[in-house]
Design a binder for this molecule. Structure first.
Ligand code: G3P
Ligand code: MG
Length: 245
């Protein structure tokens, strides 16, 4: 496919300039001129989809416990900003629906990474896709749902077949072409270090776009763009600005 979505996307909302996966981070991305953001979505213990990367609460909230064992009400009390710096104190773990509303308000496109806690792949794929379908209805651009989990992607396809999907990979797996085809993905979302000109060309010949994460170095970014990579996801909003592409 051609890539109708933004070509430079802010990782986890505001990259490393804000506490990841918070509404404050998404606002910062928009303020810095980004047209698209990536964020991670996991299910809380009561089934509420929330923005968080890790399965445990330790790193970003300095609290003991697992996301999948806490209710949203419990998560909502935690501070998800202070770890990043005092000016971010009071940022919360947002619900997915709050993040979508904010993106729509700000006119931001989103790459929603379905990030299931272990053992919750199918349920997470299904819940995120259903909610995404409902909340982005009649939006100018649909979100792209991506995941490292083929089970989550298959569940997302079943729940909302019309929403575009991206296959996330850290390394290029031997059967990546078949995986893209089987899961009907529009894009390969690869660790930029795993990419080369041949893989990019092959993916695009097969009709898939290529997104590279997480590119923080301008030289690497230039090289990827010279290979024809469609989208760069960056943590360094200050180095790889939207006009870089
Ligand atoms: O979606 C790209 C990137 O976010 C995947 O890795 O671990 O940062 O979620 P991670
Ligand atoms: Mg992610």
């Amino acid at each position: 496919m051609s890539w109708p979505f933004p070509g430079i996307v802010a990782h986890r909302g505001g990259g490393t300039l804000a506490p990841e996966n918070t509404l404050g981070a998404i606002r910062l991305g928009a303020t810095m001129g980004f047209k698209g953001v990536e964020f991670d979505v996991m299910l809380a213990g009561d089934g509420t989809p929330v923005l968080i990367h890790d399965q445990t609460l330790k790193r970003t909230t300095r609290t003991r416990g697992d996301v999948a064992r806490a209710t949203y009400a419990e998560l909502a009390r935690l501070d998800a900003g202070a770890w990043h710096g005092t000016r971010w104190r009071g940022e919360r773990i947002p619900r997915f629906e709050d993040a979508v509303r904010l993106c729509r308000e700000l006119g931001l496109w989103a790459n929603v990474e379905i990030k299931p806690a272990q053992g919750h792949e199918r349920r997470t794929g299904e819940a995120v896709a259903q909610m995404a379908d409902k909340l982005w209805r009649s939006a100018p651009l649909p979100p792209v749902l991506s995941s490292f989990s083929p089970v989550a992607l298959a569940a997302a396809r079943h729940a909302a077949p019309q929403l575009p999907r991206g296959l996330l990979v850290g390394r290029i797996p031997p059967h990546w072409r078949e995986m893209l085809q089987d899961l009907e993905c529009v894009a390969l979302h690869a660790n930029y270090r795993a990419l080369n000109a041949r893989v990019v060309a092959e993916a695009q010949r097969a009709g898939a776009a290529v997104l590279a994460w997480t590119v923080n170095d301008r030289r690497a970014a230039r090289k990827l763009l010279s290979w024809g990579v469609d989208c760069l996801v960056t943590d360094r909003l200050d180095r790889i600005a939207p006009e870089f592409a």
